[in-house]
Design a protein around this ligand. Sequence first.
Ligand SMILES: CC(C)(COP(=O)(O)OP(=O)(O)OC[C@H]1O[C@@H](n2cnc3c(N)ncnc32)[C@H](O)[C@@H]1OP(=O)(O)O)[C@@H](O)C(=O)NCCC(=O)NCCS
Length: 188
Amino acid sequence: MDAGANTVRLDPLVCDGRTIALRPIRAADADLLIDFHDRLSAHTQYLRFFGPKPRLTAREAQYLATTDFESRFAIVACAQEDSEERIVAVGRFDLAGPTAAEAAIVVRDDYQRKGVGTAIFERLIEIARGRGVAAMSGEILAENDQMIGFLRSKNVSVGAPQAGICRVTTSLETDAVVWRSAQTGGSA
Ligand SMILES: CC(C)(COP(=O)(O)OP(=O)(O)OC[C@H]1O[C@@H](n2cnc3c(N)ncnc32)[C@H](O)[C@@H]1OP(=O)(O)O)[C@@H](O)C(=O)NCCC(=O)NCCS
């Protein structure tokens, strides 16, 4: 199951003096994912799911936790809190063709702006490249200033969105990025 991630070093991070472990997600993480989702602010839930999403159902959590590391990949960042392992961030991508993938990242609010998203992003890119992915795509709300700022920090240029949603495609071969309308699929 860990085939994709095994080719990439998932070294721990130190965040405000706390150690954050990175590891491939496991099917047994479904309950941890529900707990993670419960601890996100309503705003972060909204940005991730494009609308109000107060609860993750058991079925959704099981689906998100069950990856095969052949066509669906996910890594989690975990911290020890109150003597328990808790997920504090998740990054994932699903293959969307032989050389294309759709990605998403979410970091718990109290861990944002501490480099966790960057660490996950870099590992996802590395894993994807190792799987022959040439282009990584994703959709974000046009109002998602934090993701836009995050992408800009990775030299991803941001064009004009349409209908409130932007689609971003990043070439993993050239690092060139093209923003397109989610509706038209045409160049912005
Ligand atoms: C977008 C997101 C993944 C970024 O993760 P993060 O761990 O906070 O990002 P990092 O700490 O690695 O930030 C790296 C850089 O990105 C930029 N950035 C991050 N958050 C930003 C924000 N809120 N506003 C502007 N720029 C931001 C900054 O340049 C930052 O560097 P700096 O802190 O040294 O200034 C996180 O904010 C998040 O989970 N948001 C909610 C979920 C979401 O919108 N997901 C995207 C849709 S799938």
